[in-house]
Design a protein around this ligand. Structure first.
Ligand code: IVH
Length: 687
């Protein structure tokens, strides 16, 4: 045996375990499913030909990845397996012949096959005991998965209870997935708050299910479709079709349940495969193939399993929507927060029915890893709504004079330095608002729906006004009217504008001079501060002055202000850091002050309908409380509509002083804040 085979074998083991970890552990695969399958096939081929070199920890004996930390481990009563693949008619026929042979069927014997879509999500096992959902687990390595019960309970497609005719123990296996439209929405929100985008609906679903906080999972629209059984206490069906029917009756979603989907010849099976392939682009969810299952359960039981997949089922995968084209240029785009994103400008090509002329290259590391160069032939891949991606370079078509792509160290728009923060893949332009790209993106953000929401100021208008020097920064929007009145070329005389449109524009700007604190905060465009975070900050600090003071004090990471910032829900060290850095910059303070000369920011208003005596009051707890924990006191106060803050200011309504109250009590006395004992507070809030 050549040394090369042993080396290649070991290389394959480490490659596969690397990609398993990317796929299962990080939900962030680096290679396509097709490429991954090819690695596994190559590995299995070597093991078949050279069983003597098979390693004890070969990935061919494992399914997926070991459990990641953070979730409790769950032993699967019946292992959760994977599926073998067929890619064409010939391989489908081989599958059917193997099954027939295994079962000893003659040509005259009927062998019914059920076909159903292979939805691209993540597999999950639901365990019901006495008709109640008691556990939900991921596949993990097939034997041991992760307990994701709390998160799965937030999925409305998953019945919490089953009807009386369901067996006492029932495990339903199925796929958790996200629809294409929910995936697009989620990514829009991720973008808004400066979080990384998910590459596809499957990663988005996996990322959502693996949240340690089920409140976050609840905000993600997830679905579940049942396709198989695990442990069952009593048999209730003789065929897979009957299993589907029963699951449907018990409240599970079963795709294409009204279509005929059982067949006896490969010709008919392929007809359904082709019809599903045609429907694929219009389906609400992503599918990556069709699964074929031997319909009779007694046959399934007899057929059993081989290593990691059942003998009674196989997946017919769709060919990936790919094409080869040339990279004409690599452009660098600069976003609102200064992130530089490389984009491949392609020789236009049709991939999966859509003309593609751009593909994302993600970041500098990605270009380096794939060694993508201008002039290269590259394989392009499109999956659903996902931005087309460059899969790999076709190296044998590379020109001898091709040059390694050098990622710029100066911003291509404003020439400021580009830097990369520790622990971040993104490189950013340091130019801030002197960078026109950032300035225009920031203006667009400032007038957008969730921010100042100025009618008549769309992308085109912003870009034109910026270019002409009419509006360079957000403050200019509010001085435009005055400047226009004394201009030699007023707006109404410009092309595309008339008396009425100009009047309407100025009116909509006037209308927005009054703005709520949370919208104002979101409009500032601080990194990682999306609408939800802005609302939380506004509710906590009530007005911009209090926020600015607090951010100034929070520069001291050992102080109370910093601790208070971190105590706000969903604000961790990352967001805190971005907030504090923003407010540390002198130019940002000047900008806010200039803006405050033009607009009127309303204090955050609490829900007025709450009529408890402490509703809308700002309270501070200090000292040791005797009858409740600080967390419980805070939760109770908030449930009654009070705002709990960590430090005393002139805005504080009540200070609840526990035992050994110190500096806060003194400060409250200085401000003349109403001081209550714990007992007085309890009386006031007992309803
Ligand atoms: S049946 C015993 N049916 O595809 C194995 N799986 O690549 C039972 N999948 O692990 C699997 N749609 O997560 C089955 N209609 C379907 C499916 C399906 C998606 C997933 C499942 C499985 C993976 C194998």
């Amino acid at each position: 045996m050549s040394k090369n085979i042993v080396e290649r074998y070991q290389e394959l083991i480490s490659l596969i375990s690397h990609h398993d970890a990317r796929y299962h552990g990080d939900d962030n695969p680096e290679i396509s499913d097709g490429d991954y399958d090819a690695l596994r096939q190559e590995l299995e081929q070597i093991e078949q030909n050279h069983p003597e070199i098979k390693s004890a920890d070969s990935p061919s004996d494992k399914v997926g990845a070991a459990s990641s930390k953070g979730f409790r481990k769950v032993n699967h009563a019946v292992p959760m397996l994977s599926l073998s693949n067929v890619f064409n008619e010939e391989e489908l026929d081989d599958f059917l012949i193997r099954v027939r042979k295994f079962l000893g069927l003659s040509e005259a014997d009927d062998l019914e096959v059920l076909a159903e879509p292979k939805i691209d999500g993540l597999s999950c096992s639901l365990r019901y005991e006495n008709k109640h959902l008691i556990q939900a687990a991921t596949r993990g390595d097939g034997q041991v998965g992760e307990d994701i019960t709390a998160n799965v309970r937030t999925i409305s497609d998953v019945p919490q209870k089953l009807p009386a005719d369901a067996p006492d123990i029932l495990e339903v296996r199925g796929e958790i997935y996200m629809t294409r439209s929910d995936f697009v929405k989620l990514n829009q929100m991720q973008e808004e708050v400066g979080k990384p985008l998910f590459a596809n609906p499957r990663n988005a679903a996996a990322g959502s299910v693996r949240q340690l906080n089920s409140k976050i999972t609840e905000t993600r629209s997830l679905h579940f479709f049942g396709y198989a059984l695990g442990e069952v206490s009593e048999k209730f069906a003789n065929t897979q079709s009957e299993v589907r029917q029963k699951l449907k009756q018990w409240g599970f979603y079963i795709p294409m349940s009204d279509e005929k989907n059982t067949f006896s010849t490969s010709e008919d099976i392929l007809k359904l495969y082709n019809s599903i392939a045609v429907q694929r682009p219009d389906l609400e969810y992503e599918i990556d193939g069709v699964v074929y299952k031997i319909n009779r359960i007694d046959y399934q039981e007899r057929l059993g399993f081989v290593s990691r997949s059942p003998r009674w089922a196989t997946a017919h995968k769709f060919p990936a929507e790919r094409a080869v084209t040339i990279i004409n240029e690599i452009d660098i785009q600069v976003g609102r927060t200064g992130i530089l994103t490389p984009v491949a400008r392609l020789e236009p090509i049709t991939v999966g029915g859509v003309v593609v002329s751009n593909a994302t290259l993600h970041n500098a590391d990605e270009i380096e890893r794939k060694d993508v160069r201008v002039g290269d032939h590259v394989v392009i891949q499109r999956a659903g709504d996902v931005i087309p991606q460059v899969v790999e370079v076709v190296l044998n078509k590379r020109k001898s004079n091709s040059q390694v792509f050098v990622f710029p160290d100066k911003c291509p728009i404003c020439e400021s330095d580009v830097m990369q923060e520790e622990g971040e893949v993104a490189r950013r332009c340091t130019g801030g608002l002197i960078c026109p790209a950032q300035a225009v993106e920031r203006l667009k953000h400032f007038v957008s729906k969730g921010a100042f929401d100025i009618d008549g100021m769309g992308t085109k208008v912003i870009e034109a006004f910026y270019e002409e020097g009419l509006i360079k920064n957000p403050v200019d929007i509010f001085t435009l009217h005055e400047r226009d009145q004394s201009s030699l070329t007023p707006l109404r005389m410009r092309e595309g504008w008339g008396d009425l449109s100009v009047k309407n524009l100025f009116q909509s700007i006037e209308d927005k001079r009054k703005i709520s604190f949370d919208r104002f905060l979101y409009a500032l465009g601080i990194r990682q501060v999306g609408q939800a975070t802005a609302k939380r900050l506004a509710a906590n600090y009530i007005n911009i002055k209090m926020l600015m003071n607090a951010m100034n004090e929070a520069q001291n990471e050992n102080g109370e202000a910093y601790a208070e910032l971190l105590s706000i829900e969903d604000i961790g060290p990352g967001v805190s850091n971005d907030l504090i850095s923003f407010f540390r910059e002198y130019k940002n303070i000047l900008f806010i002050n200039d803006l405050l000369c033009e607009v009127n920011v309303e204090d955050y208003i609490f829900n007025a309908s709450n009529n408890s005596p402490v509703s809308g009051k700002v309270v501070v707890f200090t000292g040791a409380l005797l009858t409740m924990s600080r967390a419980e006191a805070k939760a109770k106060a908030e449930s009654l509509g009070a705002k709990v803050t960590g430090s005393v200011s002139a805005k504080t309504d009540y200070l609840i002083a526990g035992e050994d109250a110190g500096s806060k009590l003194k400060r409250a006395q200085e401000f003349g804040v109403h001081i209550l004992t714990e007992q007085e507070w309890r009386e006031m809030t007992s309803q």
